[in-house]
Design a protein around this ligand. Structure first.
Ligand code: A3P
Length: 304
């Protein structure tokens, strides 16, 4: 099946999600050539749900012993999280590339916006870890709306795109990496089945209780913070390093472009919870919430 987006470009359905043809090509490439390592960590998300933050946090947590002694030279201060943890389908496997990932030291960190079923097929029974971050659909939608209006990838630039149209797309389900609720459910189901160890995180909880959530992340990744680290402020230092204000004010993030072809600054805006209230009507909000709730009802997940 195929659908047109608002600019007339065609989207196709592959394994239950909608993509532009070049993304499907990258996914096929990834599915054919990716060889998972048992120590791999895959950070998964629906676009605009806190991917950049999760990439920064996971990188900082996993590599904290390497850089703890000299925070000034931390890679997160001189490079963007998207270059440190690269997307499988939107970066490494684009344009028919077959990246040589064997040289990367373990644990390798990768990221994806694919739903679990599409990712899983390529893990080939490796017990590697998956972390999924989920955000309220309304905030993810509004964030995406802002993002595509300033996106530097010209072919996807929609300068005067009405938010109403994006809401319609979300309700219909046929948009890049959509439908949101199907993706969330794919990871939620997996967190109950656990054919791969999977940590399900919520952006809202990370905003509300960042210390607890970053400790949860470290526990899951097998590198829990020691009592000594907790006392000496390591958790707080990582949170500060990865904060929206710190990252967005770095020179590299004001000027650079990521290996996935997007200007670094486009990944940082306001952050936080509830900006949708400034852009969506109550009626739109109810429709979106009901649609997600209906899909997730059976699984027990509820948005606050
Ligand atoms: P807003 O557009 O609501 O501000 P993604 O990283 O998945 O592309 O999501 C981008 C969203 O996460 C944007 O939301 C962005 O501002 C927010 N974000 C980026 N870095 C962040 C950080 N370090 N902490 C919290 N939120 C962050």
């Amino acid at each position: 099946p195929s659908e047109k987006d608002s600019t007339g470009k065609t989207l196709y359905n592959y394994q239950g999600s909608w993509y532009y043809p070049n993304t499907i090509q990258s996914i096929l490439n990834f599915q054919k050539y990716f060889e998972a390592r048992d120590t791999d960590i895959i950070l998964a998300s629906f676009p605009k749900s806190g991917t950049t933050w999760l990439k920064a946090l996971a990188f900082a947590v996993v590599h904290r012993n390497k850089y703890a002694a000299n925070l000034v030279s931390h890679p997160l201060l001189s490079d963007n999280p998207h270059n440190l943890v690269r997307f499988l389908e939107a970066d490494l496997y684009v344009n028919n590339q077959r990246p040589d990932l064997k040289e990367l030291s373990s644990p390798r960190l990768f990221a994806t916006h694919m739903p679990f079923q599409t990712l899983h097929e390529s893990l080939r029974d490796s017990p590697c870890k998956v972390v999924y971050v989920c955000r309220d659909i309304k905030d993810a939608l509004v964030s995406r709306w802002h993002f595509i209006r300033k996106l530097v990838k010209k072919e996807y630039l929609y300068s005067n795109y009405p938010v109403e149209e994006m809401v319609e797309k979300f309700i219909k389900g046929a948009y890049s990496f959509g439908p949101f609720q199907d993706q969330v459910l794919s990871y939620l189901k997996e967190s109950l089945v656990n054919s791969n160890p999977l940590l399900f995180m919520r952006y809202e909880e990370m905003i509300e209780k960042p210390e607890a959530q970053v400790m949860r992340l470290a526990d899951f990744l097998g590198c829990s913070f020691t009592e000594e680290e907790k006392k000496s402020g390591t958790v707080e230092n990582i949170l500060e390093l990865c904060s929206l204000s710190n990252l967005s004010n770095l020179e590299v993030n004001k000027t650079g472009t990521s290996t996935c072809g997007i200007a670094h600054h486009a990944f940082f805006r306001k952050g936080g919870v509830g900006d949708w209230k400034n852009h969506l009507t109550d009626d739109m909000a109810i429709k979106l919430d009901e649609m997600v709730e209906k899909k997730l009802q059976a699984s027990g997940l509820k948005f606050q």
